[in-house]
Design a protein around this ligand. Structure first.
Ligand code: DGY
Length: 329
């Protein structure tokens, strides 16, 4: 069996994989170009992919041997899942394992943006700290403030638990209301527009799909309070980023903490880089040593399970199991 891994990941997690398959690893710091990915897709039984690899429907149709695409992320908007299902290709992801780590980053961005920590760091380094001043870098309170969470999956819930520690008043919107969590997490359900209007902080924890694309639209950004801060550690495509940029530039909202962008990476001439009221991160939601190591193990377990003919634990397209029986076996 052949497996293509599209980026170097913590090596210790690969021992098992190397024992059972012929493993090829893309050596680059950036993702393999589409033609390279396509060539491998045509040859291999399994692909160990990153969220930066676009595995589209055409590629899957040409990948006659391919049995499994194991994505090293909880999100899987980079994989044409419907096409995979149609062709009997199993898609797996890494849910759960990165929940707390990503919520840590979301809350860190919230705090860094609210308390202007990055601006303060620059000020000190530039040698501009001339004195304690009554109005130096005034930020927003976090304790007791209103937090709106859009998307109450695992990461949204983990965000709520952190916010509860700061006595925040938490509202949430989720596609399916979760009354079972409202009491235990101290949450109130609200419609999206109400959350946009009322919240001091809005944190996004939704997957990107046709239903959520540009959900934080120009109109919704215009609803936000002047003192409000938007945190996005989910996917850049959830937000109208042009409208967000203008709102931040014109100080119609106070700030944003952004780990994700519609097109990544962003370069140093991206307009967001010019704004002092934005804290930027390079898509590092799950980037802790412990979590990334666990993610490798998960991907390897699921990939090997499929190649051995067993059902993997984390199936993005469970319906594929039947399709697979009729097409591939
Ligand atoms: C994911 O796993 O989808 C995250 O975006 C990684 O940080």
């Amino acid at each position: 069996m052949k497996v293509f891994l599209t980026r170097q990941v913590p090596e210790e997690g690969l021992v098992l994989l190397r024992k059972e398959v012929d493993l090829e690893i893309w050596p680059g710091r950036t993702p393999p170009p589409r033609d390279v990915l396509l060539e491998y897709a045509k040859q291999v039984d399994g692909m160990f992919t990153m969220l930066t690899d676009r595995v589209d429907a055409e590629m899957i149709a040409e990948a006659k041997n391919l049995k499994v695409i194991s994505n090293y992320a909880v999100g899987f908007d980079n994989v044409a899942v419907d096409a995979a299902t149609k062709h009997g290709v199993v898609v797996t992801n890494t849910p759960g394992v990165l929940t707390e780590t990503t919520a840590d980053l979301a809350f860190s961005l919230l705090m860094a943006t609210a308390r202007r920590i990055v601006e303060g760091d620059y000020l000190v380094r530039r040698g501009d700290w001339v004195s304690w001043e009554p109005d130096l870098l005034l930020g927003q309170d976090i304790y007791g403030a209103k937090l709106g969470i859009l998307g109450l999956g695992g990461i949204g819930q983990a965000m709520a638990r952190r916010a509860a520690g700061f006595s925040m008043e938490i509202s949430y919107w989720n596609r399916t209301r979760r009354p079972d969590l409202e009491e235990s997490l101290g949450l109130r359900y609200a419609e999206i527009d109400e959350i946009m209007q009322e919240s001091d902080y809005i944190s996004l924890h939704l997957p990107l799909n046709d239903g959520t694309k540009n959900m934080v639209s120009k109109e919704r950004i215009a609803m936000m309070k002047k003192s409000a801060i938007l945190i996005n550690t989910a996917r850049g495509g959830l937000v109208d980023n042009d409208a967000l940029y203008l709102a931040l530039k014109e100080r119609r909202i106070a700030g944003a903490g952004l780990d994700v962008f519609p097109k990544e990476p962003i370069s140093s001439d991206n307009p967001f880089v010019q704004l002092g009221n934005v804290v930027l991160a390079p898509h590092i939601g799950s980037a802790s040593v412990q979590t990334r190591t666990r993610m490798v193990r998960m991907v390897v377990d699921d990939l090997l399970a499929v190649l051995r003919g067993e059902k993997p634990e984390r199936l993005v397209n469970p319906e594929v199991w039947e399709v697979r029986k009729s097409i591939r076996s």
